[in-house]
Design a protein around this ligand. Structure first.
Ligand code: ADP
Length: 477
């Protein structure tokens, strides 16, 4: 059958008004950094510099924490929950109203397809603020005692894969519970966080309740180690998570860590295979595989291996890689040159260790950072591509014969963030899910998110839960 060709359908970027340079958002205003360092934020699809942002040093972090402390003491903590809720509802509404602008900016700065930023990230960001706004006046009934109290100033450090969504996961529950925040976005994707700072101004949020300090690892470290921070919330790599756990050990700070993953997506022979293929593609190539809960280890029951692999390849051949702002695009750009290097390196090791890579024919743009969707077959559990998080559009395929073997292989990882089960039997879903050591288990679907549902890991995937009623606990004493 002949296939329709797609005409390009690019989303206009005219809606995004960018300044050439941004300061730090401290005490409700944009201010220059004390030491004048700058970072360039680059569009990974074109390598064009989008804007320069300030690099906050220790003195800037100190100013931001002081602003958060006084806002906490003077305004936010004394404010009744029903009043705090009004600000959160207002922020949620403004996000929804400005969602096209925010989606375009997110795709420009991160490289993710506009279809995802528009249809997944932004609706979830608004939903998160709406959801936690609803909790702000009901904390006495949340199951954490008759009169739970906020912790104080939260220092929050987030990664680049879902910049605005991770900001929402951090800021919404913190504010709903009466804490104030200093948030550091990732150095490659600071622009939507700065746009969020403008939204805080638009919402008349009292100055100092939200502070945004841009910068790289040292800025994050200064924030985490600041003595006047009461709570640390981090999402990122297990390596940095470990450093943070060490930095706060022995202090009174409360910590939540949401780290790496190497999720097993298990397909049993009785599964609806076409549906499973959609879930596998979504699980491993959504957001270019820059997803900590990505289903990057596919475990297929041997009896359906050939059939499943053939339809997976057929489906992968229809994926469109290219301009993130094109509404037809399925896979956008890799977020940075450094990340592309990491993916190439680990994929190269996969080949050296004897696994076989396969990618559909696809033409990658000349400029920017790109990696074709790839599957590795002939992977064993000892291979590094089966053990280490690759954080790119690369799927390792393994097989199993019995449910026990599937569970043993799925759990044979230092991580434990998520997992997927594909089978038509409800009883099998329950039996297997019970034995998987993973914080989230999806059944006959993958990568589904909802603000009411807690998310978090086992083992080296971190501790604490974000989202849902559980997510309040991390910000309450
Ligand atoms: P990734 O592997 O996804 O790039 P990282 O863990 O390196 O994730 O980065 C996640 C976030 O942590 C980023 O905002 C980064 O700047 C920050 N970060 C990096 N090193 C440190 C550190 N030592 N302390 C605190 N934050 C850090």
């Amino acid at each position: 059958m002949s296939r329709f060709e797609y005409a390009p359908a690019p989303e206009s970027r005219a809606i995004v008004d960018l300044q050439p340079a941004y300061g730090l958002f401290i005490g409700g205003e944009f201010v220059p950094p004390a030491d004048g360092g700058v970072i360039k934020s680059v569009n990974p699809a074109s390598e064009e510099v989008l804007a320069e942002v300030a690099e906050a040093g220790p003195a800037d972090v100190d100013r931001a924490v002081a602003a958060a402390r006084s806002a906490y003491q003077d305004v936010w903590r004394p404010m009744p929950g029903r009043e705090r809720a009004k600000y959160l509802f207002r922020i949620a509404r403004i996000i929804a109203e400005r969602s096209r602008e925010l989606a375009v900016l997110e795709s420009l700065d991160n490289g993710k397809p506009i279809r995802e930023s528009r249809d997944a990230d932004l609706p979830l960001v608004a939903a998160h603020f709406f959801y936690y706004a609803g909790w702000a006046d009901k904390l006495n009934h949340a199951g954490f005692g008759p009169d739970p109290q906020p912790l104080g100033v939260a220092g929050q450090v987030i990664p680049w894969n879902f910049p605005l969504l991770m900001l929402a996961w951090k800021i919404a529950p913190a504010l709903a519970t009466g804490n104030t925040v200093v948030l550091k976005p990732a150095e490659t994707t600071p622009l939507t966080a700065l746009r969020f700072a403008e939204i805080c101004q638009q919402a008349d949020l009292p100055p100092g309740v939200v502070n945004i300090v841009t910068g790289a690892g040292p800025t994050g470290a200064a924030l985490v180690e600041h003595p006047d921070v009461d709570k640390v919330a981090f999402t990122g790599s297990t390596e940095v998570g470990r450093a943070i756990a060490q930095a706060v050990a022995g202090t009174r700070k409360r910590v939540t860590l949401e780290l790496g993953g190497k999720a097993a997506n298990i397909v049993f022979e009785d599964a609806a295979l076409d549906q499973a293929v959609e879930g596998i593609v979504n699980g491993s190539f959504f957001n270019q595989g820059h997803v900590c809960c990505a289903g990057s280890r596919l475990l297929v029951q041997e009896s359906v291996y050939d059939e499943l692999l053939a339809s997976l390849k057929r489906r992968m051949a229809t994926l469109r890689v290219g301009d993130p702002l094109d509404k037809n695009t399925d896979l956008g750009a890799i977020n940075s040159g450094a990340q592309l290097e990491r993916i190439r390196n680990l994929a190269g090791i996969g080949e050296q260790e004897g696994a076989q890579p396969w990618s559909p024919p696809c033409q990658l743009p000349d400029r920017g950072y790109w990696f074709a969707p790839t599957i590795f077959t002939g992977v064993t559990q000892a291979h590094r591509i089966a053990r280490e998080e690759i954080f790119g559009p690369v799927l390792s395929v393994l097989t199993f014969r019995t449910p026990d073997e599937a569970v043993a292989k799925a759990n044979n990882t230092p991580y434990g963030l998520s997992a997927g089960i594909w089978t038509e039997k409800g009883s099998r879903i329950l039996a297997i899910a019970d034995r998987l050591r993973a914080g989230v288990v999806w059944a006959n679907t993958f990568n589904k998110f909802d603000p009411t549902s807690p998310f978090g890991g086992y083992k080296e995937s971190g501790y604490g839960r974000e989202g849902g009623r559980h997510g309040l606990e991390a910000y309450l004493a």
